[in-house]
Design a protein around this ligand. Structure first.
Ligand code: AHM
Ligand code: MG
Length: 314
């Protein structure tokens, strides 16, 4: 999006957008710091070591050098931002305290490089960030002060909301983020679906929901990366993504703090819904930072239909 002044077209960059939207200055600063950090992550993805780091995270998953580097880039930037109280990262166990003084500061949860197992095959990956006022990270996602993700695909884009609608920015050749879509909205129902998890581990409710989607003519569009899959539904203005409860994993795979809360916040801001199948994602009060939950997220009518199938068939 651009504004004209005489013959010159001015791109609205992220900083200016935050200022014009009246975003609280420390929060605006935090979002700009995250945008700055993402430039180093882009560079690492483009040119860095794609091998393993030789370490594993607390889930016992092998960490890639890129997971570790992206995590370090974000922690360093946020630690020195002056506006962060606590940090929790998908790649680290426990909370990283930054400042004892919570006033005017923000607690931040992030997944530094979601979908990093897709990097070797050159598919899209992303950074996901959830932001709370003060110090507390273990609270329902509905209390988020803001959320954003950065998608590293053929282009790098940043999508954020601080409760003022959902806005998309593209990184240009100068590595600046300029506004490309504002007030993104989802239609009530979808004809695209992105099904995560092994189908032979689906419960009856999810199986019948998928059959219903297919009978309605919905097309399967699943990349295997949560950020590109959610970005697809926001930018196309329709879709439903699910990583459901499975017969061998009652809470599915995705993490409430780092993955589900920020995406649920963005999708609700766009007029969609996000549910575990039985309750609103943003109402979950996680007991520990790495809690997981099943998710059905996207167009509201489809999420409601998923809930009906699960209520009837489990
Ligand atoms: P990660 O945080 O270890 O990268 O895992 C999250 C990713 C999501 O991007 C994606 O939706 C999901 O895992 C795919 O899981 P699966 O490998 O079971 O298909
Ligand atoms: Mg992840």
């Amino acid at each position: 999006m651009s504004t004209s002044t005489g013959s010159t077209k001015l791109q609205v960059d992220l900083r200016r957008h935050l200022r014009e939207e009246g975003v609280e200055p420390n929060l605006a600063h935090l979002i700009c710091e995250l945008a700055e950090a993402s430039k180093y992550i882009v560079n690492a993805i483009r040119t860095g070591d794609l091998g393993v780091a030789g370490t594993s995270n607390l889930y016992g998953e092998e960490q890639l050098a890129l997971d570790v580097l992206s995590d370090r880039i974000l922690i360093k930037r946020l630690t020195h931002s002056g506006v962060v109280s606590n940090i929790v990262s998908e790649e680290n166990d426990g909370v990283i305290p930054v400042s004892m003084d919570c006033a005017g500061k923000y607690a931040v949860a992030f997944d530094p490089l979601d979908g990093s197992s897709l990097v070797d095959v050159n598919l899209a990956v992303g950074t996901i960030v959830s932001i709370y006022d003060g110090c507390d990270l273990l609270q329902p996602g509905r209390n988020q002060a803001g959320a954003l993700y950065i998608l590293y695909g053929p282009r790098t884009t940043l999508v954020y909301s601080v409760g003022n609608g959902v806005h998309e920015f593209n990184m240009n050749h100068l590595m600046e983020y300029t506004l490309t879509r504002s007030h993104i909205k989802l239609k009530p129902s979808a004809d695209l679906y992105s099904p995560g998890g092994l189908r032979n581990c689906y419960t009856e409710g999810t199986r019948l929901f998928v059959r219903d989607l297919e009978e309605r003519g919905a097309k399967l569009r699943y990349s295997g990366g949560f950020v590109p899959d959610i970005n697809q539904l926001l930018i196309k203005g329709q879709g439903i993504f699910f990583y459901p409860h499975l017969t061998n994993a009652a809470n599915g795979k995705l993490r409430v703090l780092f993955e589900l809360n920020p995406m649920a916040y963005l999708v609700e801001q766009a007029g969609g819904m996000a549910s575990t199948g039985t309750e609103r994602i943003l109402d979950i009060c996680p007991e520990e930072p790495h809690a997981r939950a099943p998710v059905f997220i996207g167009c509201s009518e489809d999420v409601l239909r998923a809930q009906e199938f699960i209520a009837k068939h489990g």
